[in-house]
Ligand binder design. Structure first.
Ligand SMILES: C[S@@+](CC[C@H](N)C(=O)[O-])C[C@H]1O[C@@H](n2cnc3c(N)ncnc32)[C@H](O)[C@@H]1O
Length: 370
């Protein structure tokens, strides 16, 4: 018997759509990058694996249906036709996220109430008692209503290994996307010059080991009535990655608390033996090999008066790149464009995104450039 197929959409940070499509294709899934994410069709095993393996996606949605709708009675009637019972058990608490654009229906509160009323009619009373909440997404654009259900639960950047944290950690999926955009594939030597909570180093270690980033966590699809634990168990079996390789990842920070946090996180991710942690200033770093990839995520200095203090640090970083790390590929996060001239290395803008509300650029210098 043919297995049921899900019509899926992996939501990604803007600019990471292509990377996510490549990840899904590597899982044998036919995937098409679109603005904001990647569309694909999947059987249960592929949906589970997309959640388990994507390093860059934020969540994976399953599309339930779409229909034209200009009034609330039509919305209610159409919602009743959707296959809710495949995804939601009676008694499961649900949350509804609504977005409307250029449509007759604009009242998001009333749209949510209509969804909950349709669910109660189909499945019986929802209860707030269930431990996890199933998210439902309603998008209405030009009177076309698209209904999706979230298969991920917590956002996918929450891998489950971040047990300790120092200031301004990078989202794990953004760190992974930066590494992949820099061409990191686990075979190069990697140095994270300001490791903070260790995100770059840990994501790199997971890539190097071929370990699935989601293997420590739970997903919403596990609460679905037709969840197949035996299929998930098989997915998990192949998610562990390879045994340890020689250490080729160095994580440095001048703050001992950061090193302690990064180490704790690496232990939780079971990649601590793949990372060499060092406490010390970036300015004194020695290159551990002739070539490799150096990443740096400096403090943003967002507090008033802090920003100018960062100027010499950028100049020192430039010296490091022209000196000890000559010939290395460099990827660094630039929050204040006025400091770029301090670094004085030939580089280009690789990507831009918003990190905790601050717009940042990723700059790249290839190994051949000076
Ligand atoms: C924005 S945080 C890095 C966040 C990190 N990417 C993460 O995901 O947690 C900046 C880090 O740079 C460290 N730092 C600042 N100046 C430094 C220096 N001169 N040498 C080494 N580390 C430094 C700080 O201690 C802080 O942990």
């Amino acid at each position: 018997m043919a297995q049921p197929r899900f019509d899926c959409f992996a939501v990604t940070p803007p600019g990471a759509e292509g990377l996510c499509a490549t990840e899904l294709k590597a899982l044998g899934i036919e995937a098409k990058a679109q603005a904001g994410g990647v569309a694909f069709e999947a059987i249960a095993r592929e949906l589970y694996r997309a959640n388990l393996w994507s390093r860059v996606a934020s969540r994976v949605l399953v599309r339930l249906g779409e229909f034209k709708c200009r009034d609330f009675p039509t919305l209610y009637k159409q919602l009743l036709k959707l296959p809710w019972g495949r995804f939601i058990s009676p008694g499961q608490a649900c949350g509804v996220r609504v977005s409307c654009q250029t449509s007759r229906l604009t009242h998001s509160g009333r749209i949510s109430e209509t969804v909950i009323a349709a669910l109660e009619k189909t499945l019986g009373e929802a209860s707030a008692a269930s431990a996890t909440e199933q998210l439902i997404f309603i998008r209405i654009e030009n009177d076309l209503c698209m209904v999706s259900i979230d298969s991920s639960g917590e956002l996918l950047h929450r891998r489950g290994y971040r047990k300790a944290m120092v200031a301004a950690p990078l989202r794990e999926n953004l760190a992974a996307a930066i590494l992949l955009k820099l061409g990191y594939d686990g075979s190069q030597v990697l140095v994270d010059a300001m490791t903070g909570s260790g995100t770059f180093a840990i994501e790199a270690a997971l890539i190097a080991a071929g370990t699935a980033p989601g293997r420590l966590r739970k997903f919403s699809f596990m609460d679905w009535p037709r969840y197949r634990p035996n299929v998930w168990a098989l997915c998990l079996q192949e998610s562990q990655g390879q045994a340890d390789a020689a250490v080729a990842i160095l994580a440095l920070d001048s703050d001992p608390l950061a090193i302690a946090a990064a180490r704790k996180n690496a232990v939780a991710a079971a990649v601590d033996t793949r990372i060499q942690f060092e406490e010390g200033p970036m300015e004194e770093l020695q290159a551990p090999a002739a070539t490799g990839i150096l990443v740096m995520n400096p403090p943003y200095g967002e507090r008033l008066g802090d920003v100018e203090r960062l100027r010499p640090m950028y100049a020192d970083f430039g010296k490091l790149c022209r000196g000890a790390f000559r010939g290395w590929t460099i990827g660094w996060i630039l929050a204040q464009r006025k400091f770029e001239s301090e670094v004085r290395i030939g580089c280009r803008r690789l990507w831009s995104f918003s990190n905790g509300g601050i717009k940042v650029d990723i700059r790249k210098r290839s190994g051949q450039e000076k």
